[in-house]
Design a protein around this ligand. Structure first.
Ligand code: ADP
Ligand code: ASP
Ligand code: MG
Length: 461
């Protein structure tokens, strides 16, 4: 069971979470708990780290540390109360907070923030949440210990900011956790692992989902439960469309496509480990535990809707490579892709018209600079006339495995967009036909989502 940041935002919510876990434990379940940082803490630490590297103000760090201490102490007192467990938790929190202060102060003086330091610092949100939740569970009379990802065996590559677990992790995790399970509820700090040298890495924003799934797969769990503030995986982001509906059952493929195409409800890699042993993943609302939520399974038996969800990816950029010299010239596309790969740029979407005078790729905002630089370097001697880019765009996608082989879906999508005056800049459909994605101006994205949600009657699901 993984609990997201909003579920453990403060003392009262932490208490609710611990009682929820206790009730499932008392019903005879063996449970591993994965916790996120207290709501907002990861963002706050990251902001502070960037400020420290730019402004170098030690006084600002001191203020931040005071706030962080207050927040975590308050959460502890409010949830655990004042008993034997409280003192131990506070001592542990203070030790962690002292480490953060030292690191941030160091960054103030160095004026440098590496990817490795960012991972080190952002790991602290979860590393402070885990001792609180574990102590709290103990105070309810159940054995519990807390661990970091590295301590239970999540060993990753050293791709800081988006590290991937090594295959050997699965066996290690099983060895560490299985012996504890009969009597104890282990509480694991989500989002983090360690590389082979013991350096802390993170699994990417929202990575606690991934941690839970890795652990579930290692233990061959009956189910992996992700507890959030929403009633499940929904037809679209309820913040964009209030009529969005929770989906009762979806397939692994659909959940993966949705997260690849921007649905922030799931970490994009969270389903991958579950697939290994065909483990059902349940997304549930912490604040409405009786509600069944969404069940993600290998294959859905009966499919009612061809299109199940609409998603948006923000913070992306379109790069256009154009020039009359590209027509009929062999190898331009290959050079574009190798140049981008060599520059570590992840390509989200590709399109080339049959005129061949133009090739467009969509990349993450934060890869744009390196993408343009790499392409200019690659084509410095002609062939390509122009390399331009646009950062004010979004990718919108519709997802549903039922689209494969169903004619007319694309027609319906682009008709509706046309009628509603949403201009489509670029289109792509994978050959799997599980999604159709397209690029619009940033300012048109919400309208596009609302239009499509309505056209496919998703509010009636
Ligand atoms: P947690 O971090 O608590 O696990 P998240 O905050 O990552 O949960 O995910 C829930 C958020 O995802 C919601 O605030 C919601 O606005 C957003 N979201 C975006 N798309 C969807 C979707 N299709 N279904 C549900 N929530 C979505
Ligand atoms: N705390 C991390 C984040 O905010 C990981 C998570 O919540 O899953 O991204
Ligand atoms: Mg999240």
């Amino acid at each position: 069971m993984k609990f997201g940041g909003t579920s453990v935002a403060d003392g009262k919510k932490l208490r609710h979470v611990a009682e929820l876990v206790k009730s499932y434990h008392e019903n005879g379940n063996q449970i591993v708990v994965v916790t996120s940082a207290l709501g907002g803490v990861t963002d706050a630490i990251l902001e502070e780290a960037h400020e420290a590297s730019k402004e170098g103000k030690v006084s600002r760090v001191k203020e931040f540390i005071a706030d962080l201490t207050k927040q975590h102490h308050a959460a502890t007192h409010e949830s655990v109360g004042d008993n034997a467990s409280t003192e131990d938790i506070i001592a542990e929190l203070d030790a962690r907070i002292e480490e953060i202060e030292k690191a941030l102060t160091g960054i103030c003086y160095l004026g440098e923030l590496t990817f490795r330091s960012i991972d080190y610092l952002s790991s602290y949100g979860e590393r402070m949440a885990a001792p609180i939740l574990s102590g709290l569970i103990r105070s309810l009379g159940i054995e519990s210990s807390h661990f970091t990802g590295g301590e239970i065996g999540i060993i990753t590559d050293n791709n800081f900011g988006s590290a991937h677990p090594l295959e050997s992790s699965y066996e290690k995790i099983k060895k560490h956790l299985s012996p504890l399970l009969p009597g104890t509820i282990p509480v694991v700090a989500g989002f983090i692992g360690e590389d082979e040298n013991g350096i802390i890495t993170t699994l990417g924003r929202g990575g606690s989902d991934f941690t839970a799934s890795i652990i579930g797969a290692s233990l061959n769990a009956d189910e992996i439960w992700l507890w959030k503030e929403v009633p499940g995986i929904m037809t679209t982001d309820p913040k964009l469309v209030p009529e969005a509906r929770p989906l009762k059952v979806i397939s692994y493929i659909e959940a993966m496509e949705m997260s690849f195409f921007g649905a922030k409800v799931l970490h994009p890699k969270a389903i991958e480990p579950a697939i290994r042993h065909d483990i059902p993943v349940r997304v549930k609302n912490t604040f409405e535990p009786e509600y069944p939520g969404t069940l993600v399974v290998k294959e859905q038996k009966t499919v009612q809707n061809v299109v199940k969800a609409v998603t948006v990816i923000d913070k992306v950029a379109l790069v256009n490579i154009s020039g009359a010299g590209m027509v009929g010239t062999i190898g331009v596309a290959a050079r574009v892709f190798s140049a981008l790969a060599d520059a570590d740029v992840n390509i989200i979407m590709i399109s080339q018209g049959s005129s061949e005078a133009n090739l467009s790729v969509v990349v993450n905002d934060d890869h744009l600079k390196q993408a343009v630089k790499a392409l200019k370097q690659e084509f410095r001697n002609g062939v390509v006339g122009e390399i331009d880019h646009d950062v004010h765009i979004s990718v919108v996608a519709i997802v549903g495995v039922g689209m494969a082989g169903t004619p007319g879906v694309a027609g319906k999508v682009f008709d509706a967009l046309g009628i509603n005056k949403v201009n489509v800049i670029m289109i792509s459909q994978g050959s799997s036909q599980h999604n159709i994605s397209f690029v619009v101006k940033e300012g048109d994205a919400t309208k596009a989502v609302q239009v499509l949600h309505k056209v496919f009657s998703l509010e009636k699901l």
